[in-house]
Design a protein around this ligand. Structure first.
Ligand SMILES: *[C@@H]1O[C@H](CO)[C@@H](O)[C@H](O)[C@H]1NC(C)=O
Ligand SMILES: *[C@@H]1O[C@H](CO)[C@@H](O)[C@H](O)[C@H]1NC(C)=O
Length: 341
């Protein structure tokens, strides 16, 4: 790592030297100017080899990169609505894992719920609070099943690729975040190919995966989660009183028995390689309003309650009789606001 950094810095130094030579054509003939140019380049190179200076300009690997706990908590509370369970589980799981100096396995979170409930959004919040560059960090990897692995006929190629990428990136830096979106559309064999990385191995061929984080997003179980929330509501209970235990078996059994959800026959669940199942509840009218208000504030616009209500009412709600849950969650809020603002 250090050698690589210095090499990069040297390359930059050389580049500076070239720039100086190009900018001052007369240095070709003047030995004094040449010495000044070389000296300047040397000083710059020296500076650039200094890790802190270098890491200021280019993202470096920090094996012990800490989680911004207060930042994560603030984001989960202030930007993420209607998900009291996900809020709590994600905060506990991450702060526990990231303060553990000797984790026995990588952290594996499986997020479940319909689209628009905030699974991608919360992944972004996690990335933001670990890496300064968030989703743009070179240590954050997002794989979307239908985008990255669309053709079953290329399965072997995808498996090799995935293997090489995970291994290559973790070799360069132990703390990587891998996000797999649309797990329900991912080929079971591809899911099995990820399995060895999640195991309780000390290392695999000299590479330890124990400091990395894997997040799996899936619509699988969404219908069961909705049913549970609806039952609770029908019984006149408060949504906020729903406990994690109410969902854990629902989710793991549901996905396991449902071939379509893609987790089917996968040994991830079978072997307890997933540390936390996180249910994402369907969002209600009041949560949609919170999303709209947050988006207005984010854009620096004054909050206009009339418009908030108008946009929230434009969303469609299900089931047909109760019209309780927004069928796109908060997903189209931003586009709708574009239209009105
Ligand atoms: C942690 O997050 C908070 C809130 O986003 C931010 O103000 C603070 O600067 C962050 N701390 C670090 C060390 O990045
Ligand atoms: C790291 O992962 C990315 C995909 O996110 C891939 O393009 C890149 O080649 C990987 N790096 C290594 C060294 O394997």
């Amino acid at each position: 790592m250090a050698v690589e950094r210095v090499n990069v810095a040297r390359a930059r130094g050389l580049r500076w030297l070239l720039v100086l030579l190009l900018l001052c054509p007369n240095v070709y003939t003047e030995p004094i100017t040449i010495s000044i140019a070389v000296g300047t380049a040397a000083v710059l190179t020296g500076y650039l080899s200094y890790p802190r200076f270098y890491c200021y300009w280019s993202e470096c690997c920090e094996p012990e990169r800490p989680l911004n706990q207060s930042g994560l908590q603030a984001d989960l509370r202030g930007k993420f609505f209607g998900q009291h369970l996900a809020q709590e589980v994600i905060y506990r799981a991450l702060s526990g894992f990231m303060t553990n100096t000797n984790p026995k396995k990588p952290l594996a979170l499986s997020l479940h719920g319909w689209s628009g409930t905030g699974k991608n959004f919360v992944s972004k919040i996690i990335a933001d609070n670990i890496y300064g560059l968030g989703m743009n960090s070179k240590f954050v990897h997002l794989f979307v099943a239908t985008h990255h692995f669309p053709h079953d006929s290329n399965l072997q190629q995808y498996k090799d690729q995935l293997h090489t990428w995970i291994r290559g990136n973790v070799t360069l830096c132990p703390r990587n975040l891998f996000i797999f979106d649309e797990m329900d559309k991912m080929h079971p064999e591809l899911i099995n190919a990820i399995k060895p990385f999640l195991e309780y191995y000390d290392n695999i061929d000299g590479v330890s995966y124990r400091n990395s984080i894997f997040i799996f997003l899936s619509n699988g179980g969404g219908d069961l989660i909705t049913r549970k929330v609806l039952d609770f509501w029908t019984e006149g209970k408060q949504r906020e009183d729903l406990q994690l235990q109410d969902f854990e078996s629902v989710i793991s059994l549901g996905i396991f028995n449902n071939q379509k959800s893609g987790f089917w026959h996968s040994s991830l669940i079978d072997k307890n390689l997933i540390d936390f199942f996180v249910p994402f509840l369907p969002l209600e009218y009041r949560h949609v309003k919170q999303c709209i208000i947050a988006e207005m504030q984010h854009r620096g616009k004054p909050v206009n309650m009339e418009l908030v209500e108008k946009v929230a009412r434009e969303m469609t709600y299900y089931p047909k009789e109760q019209k309780l849950f927004s069928d796109k969650g908060c997903k189209t809020v931003s586009a709708k606001l574009d239209f009105y603002l």
